[in-house]
Design a protein around this ligand. Structure first.
Ligand SMILES: *[C@@H]1O[C@H](CO)[C@@H](O)[C@H](O)[C@H]1NC(C)=O
Ligand SMILES: *[C@@H]1O[C@H](CO)[C@@H](O)[C@H](O)[C@H]1NC(C)=O
Ligand SMILES: *[C@@H]1O[C@H](CO)[C@@H](O)[C@H](O)[C@H]1NC(C)=O
Ligand SMILES: *[C@@H]1O[C@H](CO)[C@@H](O)[C@H](O)[C@H]1NC(C)=O
Length: 511
């Protein structure tokens, strides 16, 4: 057994007493306490606001109902690479510097690999004696030639199965511990979620009680191109995207990008949205199967009581909200909220918490569970106090304020939309409605001030447009109160935003 596991800090009275007793009574050189195993399943673009958690019934039952469900889990950025970079580093975007999905925006760039990867959470788990395995989509530029190709294997991983580039279900390339493996489009052999499932099964079958393991499984589901597994292509045929909230609602008093949406949406946009909705659900069924398989295997190996299972996503999603057809990248609830469910030792079943959790907390949580001190350069905090808290804790005692940052992506030309040439727009489909632009760059603070919850955002555009919402009464963010709200309140929210925008480490924490 790894010696490092002996250094585990005790965070419950009982384990403290156990260590004390073991120390006193025995003159053994061996250490009994083994760190728990951890399985982390990360989906791609799975929302909470447009029904994204409905199809994953097995995950809700096996992880959520047998553990804790977070109803307020947020990402540091509503975009894949910045959010994933936050997950592995435990840092806000302004501290890990992966601002967008491009190499020159810091995504898996040379400086990222030199400065961020060596201090990311996997390295700490390895130090604690974990057997570590990664399979799936990592960072959007991972494995591409300018990012060092498939030969680059991030430090900390014993077993590395990294997807080259962005999410795909077929016809993808992998780095298998630094060697290229190419896949085609045979369902049995290649369907990527099932492939990850198979690799996880192999890894799991080799694990014993001697040393703890950590597995991170990052599925392509339910990202574009939304390709379902063969058995599921016809599921949910009579479902359509939810028409509630801000679906197809003309936005008032919002920043420039939102105003360019066509509302009501043309029929072909709605048809596109409904198809995407069904296919997203279908792809998630394979993730559900994977979770069931892993759960059963852990049970067979008698490891379930020794293993934490985490389930989350890298960013939310919208399908027709405020007339934006399909994507993420917006400051609104649908894009910044993601699922989080955790089961494992010491987590009472059936808990539902309102505490504000974030993607930057995942790394610190894994490190704390491995028995180590969370490095002071991480902006996130271990979530352990949330699930071991007394039931009467009031909301906001874990984190009352948090920051969301986005750097709008843009291209010189937009295929099929000549009116947007050299305008700095991005992802304009269907009907030349754009999902991003150079000036869809913003930072937002979310602040719990009981009985209210506020969101206050400043756009980095030509007019420094401000959007502010009182979310308790206006969950769908219809009323921008930036100019109508109490000026003292607005000023205080702005102060908090400024503070968080430049925070690092413990200065990012809030009472
Ligand atoms: C809209 O309806 C879906 C499906 O019933 C539900 O999951 C979701 O929470 C609702 N969203 C909002 C914003 O109310
Ligand atoms: C929660 O608070 C209520 C009211 O103060 C109290 O009666 C109850 O015993 C508390 N429950 C727990 C589990 O502490
Ligand atoms: C990403 O960020 C970099 C650096 O700011 C910028 O040069 C690049 O154009 C951005 N990429 C996109 C697609 O917007
Ligand atoms: C945002 O960018 C678009 C495209 O370049 C431009 O037309 C518009 O005026 C800009 N608006 C603001 C407020 O910056």
């Amino acid at each position: 057994m790894a010696m490092a596991a002996c250094g585990r800090s005790a965070f419950t009275l009982r384990s403290k007493m156990f260590l004390f007793a073991a120390f006193y009574l025995l003159s053994l050189s061996a250490c009994f306490a083994k760190s728990p195993n951890i399985v982390f399943v990360l989906t791609d673009d799975q929302d909470t606001e447009v029904g994204g958690q409905i199809p994953i019934e097995k995950i809700r039952n096996l992880v959520g109902k047998e553990g804790i469900t977070f109803q307020n889990m947020f990402v540091s950025s509503p975009l894949c690479c910045p959010s994933r970079s936050s997950i592995v580093t435990g840092k806000y975007v302004h501290n890990h510097h992966a601002a967008n999905n491009s190499l020159n925006g810091g995504c898996s760039s040379d400086s990222w690999q030199k400065e961020q990867e060596p201090t990311a959470f996997p390295v700490h788990l390895k130090k604690a004696g974990y057997n570590t395995m990664f399979a799936g989509k990592y960072l959007n530029q991972y494995g591409t030639k300018p990012a060092g190709g498939v030969a680059h294997v991030p430090p900390g991983w014993d077993e590395w199965i990294g997807l080259v580039g962005n999410s795909k279900y077929y016809n993808y390339d992998l780095s298998i511990n630094g060697k290229l493996e190419s896949h085609g489009n045979n369902y049995e052999r290649d369907y990527f979620t099932n492939y990850i499932n198979n690799k996880a099964e192999k890894f799991l079958s080799k694990q014993t009680a001697d040393s703890p393991f950590f597995m991170m499984l990052a599925t392509p589901a339910c990202h574009q191109p939304f390709t379902p597994a063969d058995p599921y292509v016809n599921n949910f045929a009579d479902h359509q995207a939810p028409r509630n909230g801000s679906f197809n609602v003309k936005a008032k008093n919002k920043h420039w990008l939102i105003q360019q949406a066509i509302v009501p949406m043309p029929d072909n946009s709605i048809t596109f949205i409904d198809n995407a909705f069904r296919n997203r659900w279908r792809t998630l069924l394979s993730v559900d199967d994977m979770m069931e398989n892993l759960y059963n295997m852990l049970k067979q190996k008698d490891m379930l009581d020794d293993t934490y299972i985490f389930f989350s996503s890298d960013n939310g999603y919208h399908l027709g909200q405020f007339g934006l057809p399909y994507d993420k990248r917006q400051l609104y609830e649908f894009d910044v909220r993601v699922p989080l469910m955790i089961r494992g030792p010491g987590i009472k079943a059936g808990q539902i918490t309102q505490e504000n959790a974030m993607n930057i907390d995942l790394g610190p949580t894994f490190i704390a569970l491995s028995g180590q001190q969370v490095p002071s350069y991480m902006d996130g905090q271990p979530l352990i106090p949330v699930w071991s808290a007394e039931p009467n804790r009031t909301r906001g005692s874990f984190r009352s304020e948090l920051l969301v940052e986005h750097y709008g992506e843009h291209n010189p030309s937009v295929a099929g939309c000549p009116q947007y040439n050299n305008e700095g727009m991005y992802n304009c489909d269907p009907n030349c409605v754009c999902e991003d632009s150079w000036n869809n760059t913003f930072s937002c603070v979310r602040s719990d001030r009981p009985p209210h919850v506020y969101k206050y955002c400043i756009m980095k555009d030509n007019v420094n447009f401000v959007e502010a919402y009182e979310l308790t009464g206006d969950r769908h963010e219809f009323e921008n109160i930036a100019t109508t709200g109490d000026p003292t309140l607005m000023a205080s929210l702005k102060d908090d935003l400024m503070r968080l925008e430049s925070c690092s480490g413990t200065l990012c924490h809030s009472p």
